[in-house]
Design a protein around this ligand. Sequence first.
Ligand code: FJE
Ligand code: FE
Length: 349
Amino acid sequence: MMMSMMRSCCSTINNGILCRSSPIKQASNIVSFPPLFCHPKAKRYWFIRSQHKSSMGDRETEGFQNPRYVVKKVLARPQHEGDGAIVRRSIGRGELRNLDPFLMLDEFSVSAPAGFPDHPHRGFETVTYMLEGAFTHQDFAGHKGTIRAGDLQWMTAGKGIIHSEMPAAPGENKGLQLWINLSSKDKMMEPKYQELQSQDVSKVERDGVTVRIIAGESFGVQSPVYTQTPTMYLDFTLSPGSQVQQRIPESWNAFVYIVDGEGVFGDPSAAAAASHHALVLSAGDGVEVWNRAARPLRFVLIGGQPLKEPVVQYGPFVMNTQAQIQQAIEDYNYCKNGFEKGKHWASQQ
Ligand code: FJE
Ligand code: FE
């Protein structure tokens, strides 16, 4: 259908000459818990929490009124993506299509020559956070850089980016890539990058808990990253026996992704959850986490303000309507409306 549309448009678009040899062809609700007083576990929860609080004395906590619980647990199984790469997709897989404003979370583990060669994006942000090794990105506007363990790249694709993302260190190169949707008013904005090196990511260490603040705020420390769609992104490591409370804006959707170890989330009597699981949190204004295991627990806590707009996705293009998707494909194929620099560009091998 798209091919015939392209043929019929050819005489009017760029004299019908595709600007790329491989054009694209077209082929949650969160459950709210009842008010706290009628939650079956409320009493016990608050009993434990108040005991815990008194043992903490006057020490500063991230106190909150309405705790969030785990309402959905999804295992991110390995799958093929890009060119020979393996990713564990949690948000974006069948069981968890999207969690407004989040479209995708991939935990990737890639060794050369596999990777993510030249591809476009439109309509959302990608956040790449390295856990191990290094990744080099190159884009059609001449941006090039390498991010290493602890570094992050926050890319607002807006109206269009074409780039490559390839492993840059020997062995496995690991990280997380999150896709955050943009509101209709921001989808066609000029692209923008924010890069933070590991040493510039704020870190708070307290009582066996370390938090790296990628976006948003924790323990009174704010990340310098500007989030076009309001987002929090925290990387927690809890030593054995430690626990943490973290505030989350009440109206936001939020989830946890466990990177390493196992932990108890939300309800102290819940079973522990292990690595490679995403845990969707109920409504509420904070979450509490316990590490009762013998090894460290590492997880990311991600929350965002829902956009509440229609989502139409075609691979790396995420818009509000099917017509906008057709337009994105046409713009990419004919290098226009944001994809102009794709005309004479290919990444350096
Ligand atoms: C891709 C569109 C894409 N998961 N995890 C289509 F954008 C991609 C893509 C990625 C990606 C990149 C990194 Cl660094 C980490 C990722 C998808 O680039 F693979 C397809 N097929
Ligand atoms: Fe990409």
